[in-house]
Design a protein around this ligand. Structure first.
Ligand SMILES: [Zn+2]
Length: 257
């Protein structure tokens, strides 16, 4: 990431460039979610691993709206939810349980995103979940897991079942609950969640219309999944997508310190 002079100067003493860059990128992601309306009061999380050998993660300060999150007020935590260093803010430890399970289990899960959007929960409430019969769901169903609902508070004893449900997938519908994506970067996790969200939006609307939906064959779904590699991490297109939505939302990193 190109860092302006202002961003370099505003970096707290003793913090690595890599952590500061991660904080800025994660703060930007929270602002994007706010822009898209993917927020639920002060709840839900986007978490990002701090580069380095320690398994430390950044999470939103509990009590703030997403548009109030900055690089500086993000809270650094260990996998058990203990806060690392000083923080004026606490975290929602119960909410972190889902994220910490996935961060601990999957080395490729540098970023984990979870939402409670209306259409996401609506599809999550349906026994058949997401059908692969629209442009986006045909992509998503190739790499989608499901986890059964065990109650609104996820306790640590649910973590092994959660990661078993996830397996090697990169997206998961938490039944009756919401959507989750992961990726090696913010941009990758965002691209996956965008596709899931669009898939759910379209399914909710098409199911409300008269007439039958057209079924897509497994072959077409698989071809759709392969085709999405054209926007995958190797192409740089995910970062282009993420950067473009920052511009559209008017989010400048200089304003996020
Ligand atoms: Zn949730």
């Amino acid at each position: 990431m190109q860092m302006s002079e202002k961003l370099q100067h505003s970096k707290p003493n003793g913090m690595t460039d890599a952590e500061w860059a991660a904080r800025l990128e994660l703060a930007a992601a929270y602002r994007v979610f706010h822009f898209l309306g993917w927020t639920e009061l002060i709840f839900n999380h986007i978490t990002l691993r701090v580069p380095g050998p320690e398994r430390h993660y950044l999470i939103n300060p509990f009590g703030l709206n997403y548009e109030e999150v900055t690089a500086s007020n993000l809270v650094k935590v260990a996998l058990d939810g203990q806060i690392i260093g000083d923080s004026r803010w606490g975290i929602n430890r119960a909410g972190f349980v889902i994220h910490s399970a996935i961060h601990a289990h999957r080395d490729d899960a540098h970023c984990v995103m979870h939402t409670h959007t209306t259409s996401g929960i609506a599809v999550a409430c349906k026994r058949d979940g997401l059908r692969g019969d629209n442009f986006y769901s045909a992509i998503v169903v190739n790499d989608l897991a499901y986890h059964d609902f065990e109650g609104i508070t996820v306790h640590e004893d649910e973590q092994p079942r959660l990661v078993a449900s996830l397996g090697s997938h990169h997206a998961m519908i938490l039944r009756n609950h919401g959507l989750l994506s992961l990726g090696a970067s913010v941009a990758t996790a965002f691209r996956r969640l965008w596709q899931m969200q669009r898939a759910c939006d379209v399914q909710v609307l098409s199911d409300s219309m008269a007439g039958e939906s057209i079924v897509l064959t497994p072959e077409i779904q698989q071809a759709s999944g392969r085709a999405t590699m054209s926007v995958g991490p190797a192409t740089g297109m995910e970062q282009m997508i993420f950067d473009s939505i920052l511009r559209r939302a008017g989010i400048a990193l200089d304003d996020l310190v």
